[in-house]
Design a protein around this ligand. Structure first.
Ligand SMILES: [Zn+2]
Length: 340
């Protein structure tokens, strides 16, 4: 199966993360990370991808310790808030309020254009290559149902199902005619009706407290013969590896897990999927590094990296394509299949 399905829309970081708003969100998040939590409720965890107990300290950011798995290279926070603390964070923290009420509202249309529609085209491409025509589509962490609503416009026969823990968001899904299971997938997937021929889950994996049980639930929600398509940020990406603790994506407590390609393959196979393929069709890595330097971030580049980044658009475009092709971009797509 080919990794990248070409899409026409060019994506720009600025459009989905406008600088001024995003900087404010980062400041609020940094403040929240340091002050919001009851640290006595933090728990030590093993590698969330492969279960390995051995890790090396990577760095400390806003009082969260990131460590890297000795076995699979997954980058993760440990100790981390327990599930209750995390829930309280998403319900009450200032940064989360700002994200939902300001950033999402102001970037909604642009995000739809630059993220959602290309996502749909890419999923259609994957399904075509797999020769699958899903009758039911279940989106995990469906928010207000915008993905499913867009999907329905192009696939009018599809039955739509959402799993969404947010009360207000779940209500919006219902209003859009989507069948909703209101709660977390780990619990809702136990319901036999919460099942899709296609299960999608966009950028949730980084945030979850226990990725392993989350992956098992995704498998349970996938019908036999079905496909789960998961997007997330990964540890092996060029911008993550280069910027490391300075990467704006490494933002606790939002992003707790940056799985490596190896970690993703291990975890989703163990969760019960019969075939797991990891692709990194990302287009932003080089741009993110360049912009970080333009912003004045002190990035420690090797001699070769400096030379590479000075080589101009054509070279960098080709380099980005190389990263995408070889599992070295931080924007990851995981295609998991269940046998009949
Ligand atoms: Zn590991």
């Amino acid at each position: 199966m080919k990794a990248a399905v070409k899409t026409a829309t060019a994506i720009k970081e600025e459009e989905i993360r406008p600088d001024d708003l995003f900087t404010k969100f980062m400041d609020l998040s940094a403040d929240d990370a340091q002050n919001f939590f009851d640290r006595s409720q933090f728990v030590e965890v093993d590698c969330p991808a492969c279960g390995c107990k051995k890790s090396e300290d990577a760095f400390n950011k806003y009082s969260f310790q990131y460590v890297q798995c000795n076995d699979c290279g997954t980058l993760y926070t440990s100790p981390r808030p327990n599930p209750e603390e995390l829930l309280r964070y998403y319900a009450q923290s200032e940064s989360q309020k700002f994200w939902a009420e300001t950033i999402l509202k102001q970037t909604g249309e642009k995000r739809k254009e630059s993220i959602m529609l290309p996502n749909i085209e890419r999923i259609e491409g994957f399904l075509k290559e797999l020769d699958k025509t899903p009758k039911s589509v279940l989106d995990v962490g469906a928010a207000n149902g915008s993905f499913l609503t867009e999907w329905k416009k192009r696939h009018t026969d599809a039955a739509l199902i959402a799993i969404e823990p947010g009360e207000e968001a779940a209500e919006k899904c219902r209003a859009a005619g989507i069948k909703v299971f209101e709660g977390f997938v780990e619990k809702e997937a136990e319901n036999p009706d919460a099942e899709g021929d296609l299960v999608t889950c966009f950028e949730v994996l980084e945030h979850v407290q226990e990725p392993e049980s989350f992956a098992r639930a995704l498998c349970e929600a996938t019908a036999k013969g079905g496909t789960a398509i998961i997007t997330c940020l990964g540890a092996d990406g060029f911008d993550i590896q280069l910027l490391w603790e300075k990467s704006r994506s490494l933002m606790p407590p939002y992003h707790l897990n940056f799985l490596s390609k190896q970690g993703m393959e291990t975890m989703f196979s163990k969760a019960g999927f019969d075939k797991v393929d990891v692709y990194t069709p990302g287009r932003l890595d080089v741009q993110i590094v360049e912009r970080s330097i333009e912003r004045g971030l002190d990035v420690d580049l090797s001699r070769f990296e400096k030379l590479l980044l000075s080589r101009g658009e054509e070279t960098l475009k080709a380099f980005q394509a190389f990263l995408a092709e070889h599992g070295l971009s931080s924007h990851v797509w995981i295609i998991c299949q269940r046998n009949d």
